[in-house]
Each structure stands twice: as structure tokens, then as C-alpha cells.
Design a binder for this molecule. Structure first.
Ligand SMILES: Cc1cc2nc3c(=O)[nH]c(=O)nc-3n(C[C@H](O)[C@H](O)[C@H](O)COP(=O)(O)OP(=O)(O)OC[C@H]3O[C@@H](n4cnc5c(N)ncnc54)[C@H](O)[C@@H]3O)c2cc1C
Length: 368
């Protein structure tokens, strides 16, 4: 059986290594000539983490004593069976660990440009460094990210919404000591009457500041600047903060998002073409749910491919993406400004104080 995995991001690499574990050596195609160094995820949160431990990829750690949800700090030590695991790791390090573990070569600089149904599978057209070629595959799995060419080539829809009510901005910065010693704790979302902000430091890198504003002046065509992030933080806090340029090696984060995408593929399976990870779902999540979702797609899919029966994949995985979508909407509603949200938050705080409320939220964060 020939399984072609398109994309060597975290999900494609996880799928490759799980396939090898199930006795199938896939062909892994990756458009980029070398691994991306763009700063993306800072960690994995949820039930994928103990799976990474089981595979020997990271030293085992216990569940996280604290986390956050909708701007509420959570004391997870209250739960006897806390399911929230966190593995802090920059995405590029995760990809490098997964690539070594997978034990199959990645064909770098090989871009999938088209798919054609064949008698017992799919013909994959590839543009590689030495020219174009085709592969006759039994299955093709698109792990090729949010703009998935595989999804489009298979004619699979990507319905959902692009929410432009919230403007989010993030930047690596140097933060004054007075701010770090102030009353706002790191790693939490802080809601003010004017928006939301958070700051955090991952490893030895610079501080990452993020703001969310529901009505914010924005020129979407202008390149984002550190000054824009500083002004946004000032509006959210109601006072100005001296943000300096980050020190240390880059690349550094400096970004603005004016359209939060929430989409799930209309099907995860179309004949012999399947989707996993961001190709199957993108959610403007809070607290980093996407790697968990995508890595667990891969873990679910590999044995199904190996046993040549993928019929249950969509039904098994779609509900988890829908759950992340619902939780993201709930958290956005809990973080938005206004008196209605104040009332909703007071009610939610009472809910979180109950063991069943905390357990439900922890299980949502853990995902599956
Ligand atoms: C700034 C930022 C911060 C984030 N922070 C977090 C976080 O803290 N926690 C979290 O869980 N998630 C986070 N995410 C989301 C997380 O990065 C994604 O969910 C994750 O990258 C999805 O992995 P993937 O393998 O599905 O897709 P991708 O990582 O997008 O990988 C897809 C791969 O496919 C390749 N490809 C594309 N088209 C083709 C083609 N035609 N042929 C061959 N190869 C192709 C691409 O080059 C790429 O390498 C963040 C994302 C961003 C942008």
C-alpha cells in the first residue's frame, strides 16, 4: 500500500511516525526546501501530550496545576483526575523531534500540484526540484495546512466564518520591569473595559505581548509596527506602557490579525483522499488547542489507513473539532467587553467554582 502524506508540518510528521508504528512506510512530500523557522506555536496542550510521552518524544511530566479559560485562572489541582497536560515546546523544535522520530525521509521541495482519481487510488502530481512526476497512491492525506491544496483538489468545502469583529495583535517585546512586577500575572488573558491583553515568556525568548480589541482603529493594508502594538496595549490598559524592541536572535513575532477564521472541512474523507490538522479545521482558538487537535487526528488515522478502512475517521474526529470551535466561541463571548459579559462572567465564575463545572472546562481543554 502506498500512502502519500502531503505536508511535513507537525501533523504530517506525526502521521508519518504513527504510520511507521502501524507498519506502513509513507511517502512524505513537503513544499518547503527546508524547515520553516517562522515563530508559531509555543506548546502543545491536551491529551496529545501524554501520547507524545508514550512515544518517548519528551520526558514525562505530570498534568498542569494551573491553566486558563475565557480569562479565568483555573486551579486544576482541585481535580482528582486532572486531564490537562502542557508540553512547552516551540513548533519548530516539535517538528524537528517528530521528523527524527518518524524515521522516514521527507521529500523537501516537492509540491503537490494536483490529484486525479485512479482505478484503485489516486494519482498525485508533484513538482519537485528535478522536475514533475506522479505517484500512484492508495491513499493521499492532506496535512498541508489551512490553505490545503489537497482539500481544494479533492473538491472538499471549507465552510465557516471569518470573524472580523476582533483585531488581535502580538509582538515579541522587551517589557519594563515595573510592568512585570505589577498586578497582572503572565500566561493569563486579562480583560479590561477596553479589550484583553496577555504577556508571557517562553523559554529564554523575549516576552510575547498579545492584545485583543473589539473596536480598534486599523489600517489593514499598513504593515504592523511595534508602535501599533504599544498603542493597542495602551488603549486596552488605559495607560501607556514603554515597549522596547526585543533583544536576542529572531525571527521575532510582530503580527496583526483582523479576520479570525473558524472553519471545518465539509468532509474529512473523499474517496481515497483524507484531511488532517489545519487542512481539516482552523479555529481562532484560545490557549492553543490546534496542535492537540491535529496530532490526535494523526494518531486516530494511522491505524485506520494501515488496516485499509478509513470509514469511521470523519465521525471519530469531526466532533472534537466542533468542540474546539464551540469552546472558542464561548471564550470569545466571555472575553468581550460590556455589561452583558460582566453578568455572564459572574455566572460562569459560579459554575467554575463547582467541581463539575471545572471538570467540564478541563475536559474541553484536554480535547481528544
Ligand atoms: C502565530 C501562530 C501561533 C500559534 N500558536 C499555537 C499554539 O500555541 N498552540 C497550538 O496548538 N497551535 C498554535 N498555532 C496553530 C498551529 O501552528 C497549527 O495548528 C499547526 O501548524 C498545524 O499543523 P499542520 O501540520 O496541520 O499544518 P502546517 O503547520 O501548516 O503544515 C503544513 C505543511 O504543508 C506544507 N504544504 C502546503 N502545501 C503543500 C503542497 N501543495 N505540497 C507539499 N507540501 C505542502 C507546508 O509547507 C507546511 O510545511 C499557532 C499558529 C500560528 C500561526
Amino acid at each position: 500500500m502506498v500512502v502519500v502524506v502531503v505536508g511535513a508540518g507537525p501533523v504530517g510528521l506525526m502521521l508519518a511516525s504513527e504510520l511507521v508504528r502501524s507498519g506502513v512506510r509513507p511517502v512524505v512530500l513537503e513544499a518547503l526546501p527546508s524547515p520553516s523557522v517562522a515563530p508559531k506555536a509555543n506548546g502543545v496542550v491536551g491529551l496529545a501530550v501524554p501520547l507524545l510521552y508514550d512515544r518517548g518524544l519528551f520526558p514525562r511530566r505530570g498534568p498542569a496545576p494551573r491553566f486558563m479559560y475565557g480569562g479565568f485562572p483555573l486551579d486544576l489541582r482541585r481535580l482528582p483526575d486532572n486531564p490537562v497536560y502542557v508540553q512547552p515546546v516551540p513548533q519548530r523544535s516539535l517538528e524537528s523531534v517528530l521528523a527524527s522520530h518518524a524515521g522516514v525521509p521527507v521529500r523537501r521541495g516537492h509540491t503537490v500540484v494536483g490529484l486525479r482519481p485512479a482505478s484503485s487510488g489516486v494519482t498525485v502530481s508533484v513538482s519537485g526540484p528535478a522536475g514533475s512526476y506522479t505517484i500512484d497512491a492508495s491513499y493521499v492525506v492532506g496535512c498541508d495546512g489551512a490553505h490545503s491544496r489537497v482539500r481544494k483538489a479533492a473538491g472538499i468545502g471549507f465552510p465557516g466564518v471569518s470573524d472580523s469583529r476582533v483585531v488581535s495583535r502580538s509582538a515579541h517585546v522587551s517589557l519594563p520591569l515595573s510592568f512585570r512586577l505589577g498586578r497582572h500575572r503572565p500566561y493569563l488573558f486579562h480583560r479590561t473595559p477596553h479589550g484583553v491583553f496577555s504577556y508571557a515568556r517562553f523559554g529564554r525568548g523575549p516576552h510575547l505581548v498579545t492584545t485583543l480589541e473589539w473596536s480598534s482603529p486599523v489600517d489593514s493594508d499598513a504593515p504592523v509596527t511595534l508602535d501599533e502594538v504599544r498603542l493597542s496595549l495602551g488603549r486596552v490598559l488605559g495607560r501607556s506602557v514603554r515597549l522596547g524592541a526585543p533583544s536576542g536572535p529572531g525571527p521575532h513575532v510582530l503580527r496583526r490579525s483582523t479576520a479570525r477564521q473558524n472553519r471545518i472541512a465539509s468532509s474529512y474523507v473523499s474517496g481515497r483522499v483524507l484531511l488532517a490538522g489545519d487542512a481539516a479545521h482552523v479555529v481562532a482558538g484560545f490557549g492553543g488547542p490546534l496542535l492537540n487537535l491535529g496530532l490526535l487526528d494523526a494518531v486516530d488515522l494511522a491505524p485506520r489507513l494501515a488496516s485499509n478502512d478509513v470509514s469511521g475517521y470523519d465521525a471519530a474526529r469531526r466532533p472534537w473539532a466542533e468542540r474546539v470551535l464551540a469552546s472558542s466561541a464561548e471564550q470569545a463571548a466571555l472575553l468581550s467587553p460590556g455589561a452583558e459579559t460582566d453578568a455572564r462572567r459572574a455566572e460562569f465564575a459560579r459554575y467554575l467554582a463547582t467541581p463539575s463545572g471545572l471538570r467540564r472546562v478541563a475536559s474541553t481543554i484536554a480535547g481528544g
